[in-house]
Ligand binder design. Structure first.
Ligand SMILES: Cc1cc2nc3c(=O)[nH]c(=O)nc-3n(C[C@H](O)[C@H](O)[C@H](O)COP(=O)(O)OP(=O)(O)OC[C@H]3O[C@@H](n4cnc5c(N)ncnc54)[C@H](O)[C@@H]3O)c2cc1C
Length: 296
């Protein structure tokens, strides 16, 4: 057994891409399944809730912190192994960027669309991360498209389980796995020429250049798109809210579905902008925007 690292009072601002968030009751870095079980026991004993966090790139943590146990999967879940022709076993803690790069190096195509999306593969499975196809904008690529099966630990029964893709309720930005800790997955890729794979990766990276160029602190899209013809960013922009600031938070001037922490934003600043955008879009278009961002 590899064990776990615990830290009481760890600040979530250091663990989220928005760089916002107060202290947690206990932060657990779990190296194996036993360590996750131990963390569940710790939470039960202290009568606190548990949440599994990846790299915090789609999360808004409250300035008041989280009075519970936060589990992050560590080294024991950080491997990429080729199992057979086109079948790759990926741990939940593997960075999305690493998966994209290692697949390319091995000559496997299929996950290029994830290039430039920050976070862990576990987070990407949980969120069913996705992006519009670069060549065919009518097509939407999602993590579910490459999944064969997913290994999970059920947080209620405390049993591990292997779930086939068809048994998972994948939807737009959701996997329905709220009571599960995603441990890893097997994905299906296909052999292709290195050059063709690189070209695709570069195209996706190029499209995201503006996100990196500004070095902004964000958690990606704040709202789910109500439908492909009416992306949330466009609706918010049409309400004249691009660039609107509250405290240290601002609706991005580049993309109105991104909220940026300009350096000193509190979670309340972000939530006030969320409510402002929601109210304006509801009044102007009669559409209720649904949060993509996970509020901790
Ligand atoms: C600049 C930027 C651009 C982005 N672009 C995109 C994009 O194009 N498409 C897209 O889909 N997303 C995008 N995102 C959002 C984010 O990168 C993805 O959702 C990513 O998959 C989240 O991974 P994470 O490890 O950071 O998850 P976290 O943010 O840590 O967690 C997200 C949710 O998943 C849960 N979770 C995480 N890991 C596990 C696990 N192992 N088991 C169970 N639950 C878990 C958490 O509890 C939380 O509810 C973007 C974010 C940023 C900052």
């Amino acid at each position: 057994m590899m064990g776990m690292g615990r830290e009481y009072g760890k600040m979530l601002s250091g663990c989220t891409s928005l760089r916002i968030g107060g202290p947690v009751f206990c932060w657990v870095e779990a190296e194996d399944v036993d360590a996750v079980l131990e963390a569940l026991g710790l939470a039960e004993e202290a009568r606190k809730p548990v949440v599994v966090l990846g790299r915090g790139s789609n999360v808004l943590a409250q300035a008041s912190g989280f009075d519970g146990v936060v589990v992050r999967l560590g080294k024991g879940f950080d491997s990429v192994e080729v199992e057979g022709t086109g079948v790759v076993k990926v741990g939940a803690a593997v960075a999305i960027s690493r998966l994209v790069n290692e697949s390319a190096r091995a000559g496997f195509s299929g996950c290029e669309f994830l290039a430039g999306i920050p976070g862990s593969f576990g987070g990407a499975i949980f969120m069913n991360a996705g992006v519009r196809d670069i060549k065919n904008p009518e097509k939407y690529n999602e993590v579910k498209d490459i999944i064969i099966d997913v290994d999970v630990l059920d947080l209620k029964t405390r049993k591990t389980q292997n779930i086939k893709r068809r048994e998972i309720d994948f939807k737009y930005r959701s996997s329905g796995m709220d009571s599960k800790c995603v441990l890893g997955a097997r994905i299906r890729l296909k052999k292709d020429k290195g050059e063709a794979i690189e070209k695709k990766i570069n195209a996706y990276m190029e499209k995201r250049k503006w996100m990196r160029a500004t070095g902004m602190l964000t958690a990606g899209s704040v709202f789910k798109n109500p439908d492909s013809a009416r992306p949330a960013g466009k609706l918010i922009e049409e309400c004249g809210l691009k660039g609107r600031a509250i405290g240290g938070a601002r609706i991005s001037g580049e993309h109105a579905n991104f909220i940026v922490n300009t350096g000193s934003a509190s979670s309340d600043d972000v939530m006030e902008l969320v409510e402002l955008a929601r109210k304006n879009v509801r009044e102007r278009f009669g559409i209720d925007l649904e949060l993509e961002l996970k509020v901790l």
